[in-house]
Ligand binder design. Structure first.
Ligand code: ADP
Length: 278
């Protein structure tokens, strides 16, 4: 399978930072499939996403998208192929939910071209998939954080991209909406899209992603199938917290997927006694 993104020995340090935020990362994402980028706060996940999208430029190493240097792609070309959900975003001007989702069609429209039937269909379909149809006429500034997140995801879906780069797409979502988004992302991946998402939900990542990449202090601590990455030793080392790993009881197609259970209170103290100096 051909690679969508390929990063080779990528190093990026923010100006005046005392260490590199991304420190020698090499990574290949095959086309099709869902990859979850995991790691503690400050591990470098968002920075790596920006590097893969070409919105930050590494001081050394290279990034290729579909075998072309990411810098050789124009913003417009990329916007037609990659749907992006940034972590933070300021609304440029007051707009309704439908206006925001319609922005996903801009890369497909010529200058001053009006929406065509296929654009209107894409907008409606995306709003339905992200469960925001009922919010269509509301102002973006009137929405809760979770509602706004779903609208921004609808905008990326309306774009009809081949690849998605999503920074914490389910942050602030309740369990039903979070599950619906993970199901949607898996379905997109099964239909051939390349999905790359940053998430703190290790357990849903283990159940829905084909491939996990765990970052720690700017480096890749582990990468591979969920069972190879979410082991007790690796998770405890990277997150600095005692955990148990249990197989998902099911039912469902993901029965047996590794699930991380962080230990609390006395169990924590017991573990410290068992492994002095740990
Ligand atoms: P993550 O997404 O895993 O939480 P980030 O990529 O946001 O991590 O951050 C990686 C490191 O880079 C952190 O130490 C963070 O403080 C630092 N960092 C992130 N953004 C900036 C910035 N704009 N300027 C300086 N340092 C930054």
């Amino acid at each position: 399978m051909s690679a969508t993104w390929r990063a080779t020995d990528v190093v990026f340090r923010y100006p005046d930072a005392d260490r590199a935020a991304v420190d020698g990362v090499s990574l290949t994402l095959p086309s099709g499939g869902c990859t979850a980028l995991l790691g503690p706060n400050g591990a470098g996940k968002s920075t790596l996403l920006h590097l893969l999208l070409g919105t930050l430029v590494p001081q050394s190493g290279s990034i290729h998208f579909r075998d072309r240097p990411i810098t050789a792609w124009s913003r417009n070309e990329l916007a037609r192929i990659v749907g992006v959900l940034p972590q933070h975003e300021d609304a440029p001007f007051p707009m309704t939910v439908r206006d925001c989702v319609a922005m996903g069609r801009y890369p497909h429209l010529g200058p001053w071209q009006r929406e065509r039937t296929r654009d209107r269909d894409a907008i409606l379909d995306a709003m339905g998939r992200a469960h925001v149809l009922a919010l269509a006429g509301r102002g973006m500034s009137e929405l809760s954080g979770g509602e706004r997140q779903r609208v921004r995801l609808a905008r990326a879906l309306a774009q009809h991209p081949d690849a998605f780069a999503l920074d914490e797409p389910t942050a602030a979502l309740d369990v039903r909406h979070e599950m619906a988004i993970f199901e949607l992302l898996r379905n997109l991946a099964r239909q051939g899209a390349t999905v790359l998402l940053v998430t703190h939900n290790l357990n849903l990542a283990a159940r829905y992603a084909d491939h996990l990449v765990l970052m720690d202090q700017g480096r890749i601590a582990a990468a591979g199938a969920p069972a190879a990455v979410l082991t007790r030793a690796i998770v405890q080392r990277v997150y600095g917290w005692p955990v148990e790993i249990v197989p998902h009881r099911g039912p469902g197609p993901d029965t047996g997927a590794p699930q991380v259970v962080p230990l609390a209170g006395e169990a924590c103290a017991q573990l410290d006694e068992d492994s002095p100096g740990a």
